[in-house]
Design a protein around this ligand. Sequence first.
Ligand SMILES: [Zn+2]
Length: 449
Amino acid sequence: MSLLLTDVRPYGEGDPVDVAIAGGEITAIGAGLTPDDGAEVIDGGGKVLLPGFVDLHTHLREPGREDTETIESGSAAAALGGYTAVFAMANTNPVADSAVVTDHVYRRGQEVGLVDVHPVGAVTVGLAGEKLAEMGMMAAGAGNGVGGPNGDRPGRVRVFSDDGFCVADPLLMRRALEYSASLGVVIAQHAEEPRLTKGAVAHEGPEAARLGLTGWPRAAEEAIVARDALLARDAGARVHICHASTAGTVELLQWAKGQGIAITAEVTPHHLLLDDSRLQTYDAVNRVNPPLREASDVAALRKALRDGVIDCVATDHAPHAEQDKCCEFAAARPGMLGLETALAIVAQVCVETGDLGWRDVARVMSSKPAQIARLDDQGRPIGVGEPANLTLVDPDLGWTVRAGELASRSRNTPFAELTFRAKPVLTVLRGRVTARDGVAAQPGNGMRA
Ligand SMILES: [Zn+2]
């Protein structure tokens, strides 16, 4: 199967070129390429070509809550969002705390074939925060003895997280970090000191006070970020901070990186765009954990992403059923959709402001997250011989988010009816088109050889 993308601009730089793809790889880049016999030719219309995006933080809800999302519907949403790999969080039912579950998630993702679904393994059994899960078994990959690239077993878990919950016990976190260092994996921490957030539903500040909502202080996040930086230092381990949300977290990350500590962090599109003034309507679609912060935090997060203090963007795509969101604010489940709107938001708050160029977008949405997870076949530069995992972005499409038109099974997006300029219009996974012009490819024929 071969493909020729004509008239595309890699990283939005330079004159348009053609990109030839065969056998899942880029085989030629240049002007006026001739298509192979039988090749599909797609006119890129001078749009921006980027490496396929990698999301370190996705909730696909399968197994357990297939009414809100499935690996199939979430994969379609990811492909439409320009993603070629996503990391599926472990807070499913059953919890992904054993190789049986992580292997199932990986295999189901490969059967669907629209995006590489990498399972995240739980740090603790049942996410209960009491006993370490069998991280070694998950890191080895249950597989079936079939080796992948570099002897990798399929479904090998590279990222561990109790996301949804914090690994709050410092001794347990210390042991988990020590163990992770020997396994060569990374722990992604949902930084929330639970003793400081009991009953909290909104950012602790003037807005929450005015609205009568229980506050979630910045210190609940920052205390864990500081603690885990020190624990990672002592363990010689890597730690990744999920959904950084405060200016203080940015200062701590800067300090820790300056000390040579192997700490990385992600920020979500919603924390880059929205602040707690959104809560005035009491619409529970805006309830999220960590909560939407103040405008000063939003500004600090944008600057940190630009400066590389925050390494990458991750969606924290969190589908929820209507009855869990269309209710009283404090009773609603925290979380919002993200996969299909992430690029548009990053473009609006970073590219259209002049803060970042498209090459930076490739860094924060593709190469950095791939490096953090140590994926060797994603986040690669656009070059001959590289895997053909690509996203074509129309920077000037102009589109309005319609909740009812999303591929996700859920509708809890705070971005409904907002208009954005940029949108991914074509996604290619190992040379196969997985989404084009707002339509995802049919699942089921993307099995890796
Ligand atoms: Zn989380």
